[in-house]
Write a protein that binds this ligand. Structure first.
Ligand code: NDP
Length: 331
């Protein structure tokens, strides 16, 4: 069926400024890492993407290797862009990345060389069917390539019209500071940092958030639900239709051990008292810091997405709730 976007799509989403840039991003963005390859039905993918845009999600996050197989998420998203979202291109922020292994031989193994980044960006544009992406990322720091080479490649990607903005993912505070200084000198300031951040992985509180603030960069967090662990879905076992149940390399059933389940269960009770689901509370908890621009959720169905989006507008945490959450996370 043909798609027309909901008239009221901008009525409830919250948009946050990305660092000191001119760009606003939705507080909740949608990521296409796991659920937009060959393992999930195309009809579900289309329904999730339509629903996301209908509820004000303007930002879709991709990378060269999202699938499976590698490249497939960009191909699938490109198809839906062409059929459904074409009239809305200027309402969308589409990102891609390069940094991990992608094609055979020394130039496709990832990292931050000029050869790899520019070729990979061109491949992504082709798969997506786009002239440019809105944000292009160096997906990870490469200790074997001069940072100047990586930053010059990002600068080139912007100046050649392949991307409007550039960012970095998972760089530590020191690497971030260096990268930001080089990029600023080149005249292409880094827009954004994309780190993992959730209740169970708080490494960015130890310096990175402050660094990004000093550099004027926004922060967009990946795996805000710890890939689904921060929901109630694994409390009673591993459902077959779940990331851990479907044999994902990134989420092994043994990662969901008894200690994790105990913590999830305690957090689930705190969430209930707040009239939120655990997933919603986990998102609200990240967004409590206004320096976080956005969280990227990875919903695999429309009901999941709808429920995640209902985290917006939740009541702020009371001091008691904060203390209770901290004590669960400290155990
Ligand atoms: P999440 O932590 O949001 O995990 C997503 C999973 O959580 C879903 O697949 C689903 O699991 C489950 N889930 C989501 N909502 C609900 C709900 N309401 N109820 C129950 N379960 C729910 O994020 P991801 O790990 O998927 O990462 C999000 C995005 O971040 C990626 O798509 C990608 O864009 C980006 N990313 C970036 C990385 C980087 O290196 N820069 C690395 C990893 C991710 P199920 O599938 O089992 O239904």
């Amino acid at each position: 069926s043909t798609y027309g976007a909901a008239q009221d799509r901008y009525d409830t989403m919250e948009y946050r400024r990305c660092g000191t840039s001119g760009l606003l991003l939705p507080a909740i963005s949608l990521g296409l890492w796991h659920n937009f390859g060959d393992l999930h039905p195309g009809s579900t993918q289309r329904a999730v993407l339509r629903r996301a845009f209908d509820r004000g999600i303007t930002h879709f996050d991709l990378a060269n290797n999202y699938g499976p197989p590698y490249g497939q998420a960009e191909i699938n998203f490109g198809r839906i862009l062409a059929t459904d979202f074409k009239p809305y291109r200027d309402e969308l922020i589409i990102s891609s990345k390069a940094g991990y292994d992608m094609w055979p031989g020394p130039y496709g193994q990832g990292g931050g060389s000029r050869k790899y980044l520019i070729a990979s960006c061109d491949q992504s544009l082709k798969r997506l069917g786009l002239d440019y992406v809105d944000i292009f990322y160096s997906h990870r720091f490469d200790p074997d390539t001069p940072l100047e080479e990586t930053m010059r490649s990002l600068d080139r990607i912007v100046r050649s019209g392949r991307a409007l903005y550039v960012g970095i993912s998972s760089y530590d505070p020191e690497q971030t500071e260096k990268a930001a200084a080089i990029a600023r000198d080149l005249g292409t300031p880094l827009l954004i940092h994309q780190p993992r951040y959730n209740m169970f992985d708080r490494w960015i509180e130890d310096g990175l958030v402050d660094t990004c603030e000093q550099e004027g960069m926004g922060i967009i967090c990946f795996s805000p639900l710890a890939q689904g662990i921060l929901t109630d879905k694994y409390l009673k076992g591993i459902p077959a239709q779940s990331r851990a149940g479907m044999g994902a390399v990134s989420l092994r059933p043994e990662q969901i051990d008894d200690a994790t389940r105990a913590a999830v269960s305690a957090l689930n009770e705190i969430a209930k008292d707040r009239d939120q689901t655990l997933a919603q509370m986990a998102l609200s908890w990240i967004l409590r810091d206004s320096r976080i621009t956005s969280v990227i959720v990875g919903a695999s169905s429309v009901p999941q997405l709808d429920s995640d989006l209902d985290a917006l507008g939740a009541t702020p945490f009371t001091d008691d709730e904060r203390v209770n959450i901290e004590s669960v996370l400290a155990d």
